[in-house]
Every structure is written in structure tokens, then in C-alpha cells.
Design a protein around this ligand. Structure first.
Ligand SMILES: NC(=O)c1ccc[n+]([C@@H]2O[C@H](COP(=O)([O-])OP(=O)(O)OC[C@H]3O[C@@H](n4cnc5c(N)ncnc54)[C@H](O)[C@@H]3O)[C@@H](O)[C@H]2O)c1
Ligand SMILES: O=C(O)[C@H](O)COP(=O)(O)O
Length: 531
């Protein structure tokens, strides 16, 4: 496995990757997009921060790429939809730099309030501007925190420690939750109206781009101070300039910009504007945290398939993976078997989880089923990242249910597929700890270990039927490794007059032998299977 580190990653992360068995690491930072494009085809994993742009164009040439690991939080520089379509897992490290970034927001607020950057610059320039640089206390001032996620909630907590009055706006967090943490939840308009300081900690989304704009500034208190250590573009820089010029905003501190690095920003000419070059996460501690986290996540994914902190596929930790593995294997095989039993375009899939699954999150199992079902249709294009997307693109409606009743089993997964031509249902279970079995196909009960070369044969339940099948295979030199016979249920547990025979053979059954079997008088249906 080859890993390319294309942005500055803490040395400890590079060392971890270098020490990992079976992993080769190249560190090539500052590459131009064309240079990166020319080499990305050699790599299984790409480790980035915010500088490398992972575009659709780049991904098109990244034939081997399995995972993009972001040492940090923001993924604005990654085309996640394009990565998902190509089956590339995108992971980040959502917690490693949150304390550091929250501290940066607090530092910006204090630096702004006490004119620290100007004090430093003027003094170094030989001036003693003591009179001009009078600041303001933050004690008892109102700070409005916009976005009460990981960073916003730490900022709120630190501001409380500084004896500020903290008000919070986050439409996706209940007021009860905000109040439980001891803060006042308010509407955005109220936050604008009451705050002496406003600090922004929201992601850059369709709804948050430019949402601190002229209209927002108009609603703010005169003399407000603004801090943005979240993402460039959340604050409209042209409107901020006007609001500062007019005196509405007494000071602003930006760590992030609409364009990074910003070129000739008019804000730079304003004395009460301070800034840092996207330094929010840049402390030794945070960079160690995110480097260690991403290196471990990449190693785990490449060596054991464990997925942690992926944004485009459910996280499956090693522990959970160990418990889920038998069900993942069963789900994948059930999907694969189903794809060979149906004909016609698939309209919908219903997955029923019945019985005891020890409280496990089964969404990865559903993805494994869909992947198994789609694999024969789209081959290598499908994997556990893009399976749900491909199903959706094909108009396949997937529904899941759970219930306590698992018939005679401890746990049972029933998969029903509706195509334009038929409806097929099959059920599987895990025996013991790790033994997947198919136990029902439509109304036929059986006990099938789903792997290898096999065939399903429907025959009339008459003397000589099974013998004729065995003879035909023997005559053609095909050894039966295992044979199971089940009976059709016609209702209330009664058996019908058809058998279903499941055969495992040592070698595939050639098409001409399948035809021979189909021509036997008591045989009705022969379906060859490769599982
Ligand atoms: N400057 C840096 O170096 C740096 C470092 C780390 C993170 N960040 C950025 O900081 C921001 C916050 O990161 P986080 O880890 O706290 O994210 P998070 O996902 O934990 O929290 C974001 C919060 O914003 C809320 N939110 C979403 N839309 C909102 C809206 N319209 N109004 C109010 N609240 C809204 C969400 O409900 C959520 O609680 C992100 O933009 C992230 O990219 C910057
Ligand atoms: O999203 C983040 O983690 C921060 O913006 C930090 O970005 P950086 O890793 O490029 O400093």
C-alpha cells in the first residue's frame, strides 16, 4: 500500500505511517495540481490538510485511491460527492484541534479588545501610542456564540470562565441542551441585537455562506466586535469593510478568508481589523493530535478495513467490526445470491432484521447487502462507500425494518427484492459466532453455506429425482462437495410436492451440463450460482 502525504503533517504521523507494516510513505508537499495529478495514480491513500484540493478531475486519475485522510476538520477542499461515486472513503479527525481553535477565537477577541497587534507593531516601529490604544474590558460583556458544536461550545465555556455573559444561537441544537450546559439560547436576531462580541463557529454550508452580511450587520449593536475562526466566506468581507468603515463594527478578527491567501484585501487598511493566516488549528498539541489520529485511521483502514470518522460511509470501529463481520459477510453473500436469483431491473429492496443483534448498528450490513446485490451489475465500480448512492441513482428504493420475532432462529435477516418481473425473498442467519447460512429462499427451507460454486435445482419430490441429478453430474466428472434438500412450504408448516436442492460442487458446472440437468424429466429449474 502506498500513502502520499501532500500537506504539512505532524512528524509523528509520518513516523507512524512509516513504521506500519506493508505501508510505503511519500511526503510531497506544495505540489501544483498538475504535478499531483501526474502521480496520484500510484497511491492507495492520500493524507491532506486544507491546502491540497481533491477535485473530481484529480480523482479521475486516482485509479488506486481508496482513502483520503484529512488531518483536521474542514473538508471544503474535497469533492466528497465525487469521492463517494468512485468509492473513495473520506475521513477527517473531528476532535483533535477543537480546543486549540476555540482558544484561538478567545485569543482573537482579547487581542482585538486590547489592541495587542497594533501595540506590538507601533512599538516595534518606535512609537509609544499608549493614549491611542486604549482598549475595552470583556468582563460582563455579552458574547454571542453562533454555532454550538464542538468548537462553539468550548468557546462558550471559556467565555463563561472569563465572566462574560454568553448567549448562543444554533437552530440544530435544542434550547434545552444549550440551557442544560448553562447558556442562554436565543434567536439569531436577538443575538445580533444584544451581543458586544459575536464569534462564529458554523460549518460552511449553502445556508451559512455570506450569512454575516449587510443585513446582519444592520441588526447588530453599534460598536460590536466580530470574530470568525470558522470558515472564510461565512462573513461577507465587502459588507464587513463597509460596516467597519461606518463604525457599526468596532473591530473584527478573521482567521479565515473568502480566498486564501487573501490578495489586496481592503480590510488590511483598517486599523481595527486584525487577522491570522488560518492559524486556528496551528498549535503543536493540535497538530500532534490530528497527525496521530489520521495516521492511525489510515493504517487501520488500509490494513484491517476498519473505518473511523469517515464522512461518506458509516464508521465501523475495529471492535464493532469484529461483532459485525459475520453479518457483513452474510449480507454481502445474500445480496450476491439475490442478484443471481432475480431477473429484470430492481425496483425496491426490503431488508428485515429480526431477533437479537446485540444492539448493533446494522446500517453497514444493509450497505453490504446492497453492494452484494449491485456487484454483478456494476462490477468493480461498487463498494461499501458508493453502494447506497448507486442504488439511489438507479431508482432502487431501499427500506429497512426491525422486529423481535426471528422465527426459529436467534437472528434472521430477510431480504426481499422486487423487480419489474418478480419478487424474490431469501433469509439468512449467523450460526454460532461466525457461521453465515442461507436458511430460506422464497418458501423453500434449506441450510446453505453461501460460498463457492453451487447450483439450486427445483425438482418434483418423486423417487429417482435426486439420483438422476447425481448421475448426470457424475457422468460429467463433476464432484458434489455437499448437497442439501429442502422442501417447499405451502403454509402452516406443511411441505409441498417440490424439493429445492442446493449443491456445492468442486468445479463450476459448465453450461452444457446445466442444459442436461434442465432436460431431466423430474427437474423443473436449474440456477447455477457463483458465490
Ligand atoms: N480556523 C481553523 O483553523 C479551524 C479549525 C477547526 C475547525 N474550523 C471550523 O470551525 C467551524 C466549527 O467547527 P466544529 O468542529 O465546531 O463543527 P461542528 O459541526 O461540531 O459544529 C457546528 C455547529 O454549527 C451549527 N450550525 C449549522 N448551521 C448553523 C446556522 N445556520 N446557524 C447557527 N448554527 C449552525 C451546527 O448545528 C453545529 O452545532 C467549522 O466551520 C470548521 O471548519 C476552523
Ligand atoms: O478545518 C480545520 O481543521 C482547520 O481549518 C485547520 O486547517 P489546517 O489543517 O489547514 O490548518
Amino acid at each position: 500500500m502506498k500513502v502520499l502525504v501532500s500537506d504539512n503533517l505532524g512528524e509523528i504521523g509520518i513516523q507512524m505511517l512509516q513504521k506500519a507494516d506493508g505501508i510505503d510513505v511519500d511526503v510531497k508537499t506544495g505540489l501544483a495540481p498538475e504535478e499531483l495529478k501526474s502521480i496520484i495514480g500510484d497511491y492507495d491513500a492520500l493524507v491532506i490538510r486544507s491546502a491540497t484540493k481533491v477535485t473530481e478531475d484529480l480523482l479521475q486519475t486516482a485509479g488506486r485511491l481508496k482513502v483520503v485522510g484529512r488531518a483536521g476538520i474542514g473538508l471544503d477542499n474535497v469533492d466528497i460527492a465525487a469521492a463517494s461515486k468512485r468509492g473513495v472513503v473520506v475521513m477527517n479527525t473531528p476532535t483533535g484541534n477543537v480546543v486549540t481553535t476555540a482558544e484561538h477565537a478567545i485569543a482573537m477577541m482579547l487581542a482585538l479588545s486590547r489592541n495587542i497587534p497594533r501595540g506590538t507593531a507601533t512599538l516595534k516601529a518606535g512609537k509609544w501610542d499608549k493614549k491611542k490604544l486604549q482598549g475595552r474590558e470583556i468582563f460582563n460583556k455579552v458574547i454571542g456564540v453562533v454555532g454550538f458544536g464542538k468548537i462553539g461550545s468550548i468557546v462558550a465555556d471559556r467565555a463563561r470562565g472569563l465572566k462574560m455573559q454568553v448567549i448562543v444561537h444554533d437552530p440544530f441544537v435544542t434550547p434545552e441542551r444549550i440551557e442544560k450546559d448553562g447558556f442562554e439560547a436565543v434567536s439569531l436576531d436577538e443575538l445580533y441585537r444584544r451581543s458586544d462580541y459575536i464569534t462564529v463557529h458554523v460549518p460552511k454550508l449553502k445556508d451559512t455562506i455570506g450569512f454575516i452580511n449587510r443585513g446582519a450587520f444592520d441588526k447588530m449593536k453599534d460598536g460590536v466586535m466580530l470574530v470568525n475562526c470558522a470558515r472564510g466566506g461565512i462573513v461577507n468581507e465587502a459588507d464587513l469593510y463597509d460596516a467597519m468603515k461606518s463604525g457599526k463594527v468596532a473591530g473584527a478578527a478573521l482567521d479565515v478568508f473568502e480566498t486564501e491567501p487573501p490578495e489586496n484585501s481592503p480590510l488590511f487598511e483598517l486599523e481595527n481589523f486584525i487577522c491570522t493566516p488560518h492559524l486556528g488549528a496551528s498549535t503543536k498539541e493540535a497538530q500532534t493530535n490530528v497527525a496521530v489520529a489520521i495516521a492511525q485511521q489510515i493504517i487501520d483502514y488500509l490494513t484491517t478495513g476498519t473505518i473511523v470518522n469517515a464522512v461518506n460511509v458509516p464508521s465501523v470501529t475495529g471492535d464493532l467490526l469484529a461483532k459485525l463481520r459475520p453479518f457483513l459477510a452474510l449480507g454481502d453473500r445474500m445480496g450476491c445470491l439475490m442478484s443471481q436469483l432475480i431477473c429484470g431491473p430492481v425496483k425496491g429492496v426490503t431488508i428485515e432484521y429480526m431477533g437479537d443483534f446485540q444492539g448493533l448498528d446494522l446500517s453497514p450490513v444493509s450497505t453490504a447487502i446492497i453492494k452484494g446485490l449491485l456487484t454483478p451489475m456494476v462490477k468493480d465500480m461498487v463498494n461499501s462507500v458508493n453502494a447506497p448512492i448507486i442504488a439511489k441513482d438507479r431508482g432502487i428504493k431501499v427500506s429497512e425494518t426491525t422486529s423481535a420475532d426471528a422465527e426459529d432462529y436467534l437472528n434472521l435477516i430477510r431480504l426481499t427484492t422486487e423487480t419489474t418481473e418478480m419478487s424474490v425473498s431469501l433469509a439468512g442467519t449467523v450460526f454460532g459466532k461466525n457461521d453465515p447460512r442461507i436458511v430460506k429462499i422464497n418458501n423453500f427451507r434449506l441450510e446453505m453455506t453461501p460460498h463457492g460454486h453451487s447450483a439450486i435445482i427445483h425438482n418434483l419430490d418423486r423417487p429417482g429425482a435426486i439420483g438422476s441429478i447425481g448421475m448426470t453430474l457424475g457422468k460429467n466428472n463433476i464432484n458434489i462437495g455437499r448437497m442439501q434438500v429442502g422442501q417447499e412450504q405451502v403454509g402452516h408448516g406443511e411441505d409441498g410436492d417440490r424439493n429445492i436442492i442446493f449443491l456445492e460442487t468442486d468445479t463450476p458446472i459448465p453450461p452444457e451440463v446445466i442444459e442436461e440437468l434442465r432436460n431431466l424429466p423430474l427437474v423443473k429449474v436449474v440456477i447455477p450460482l457463483e458465490l
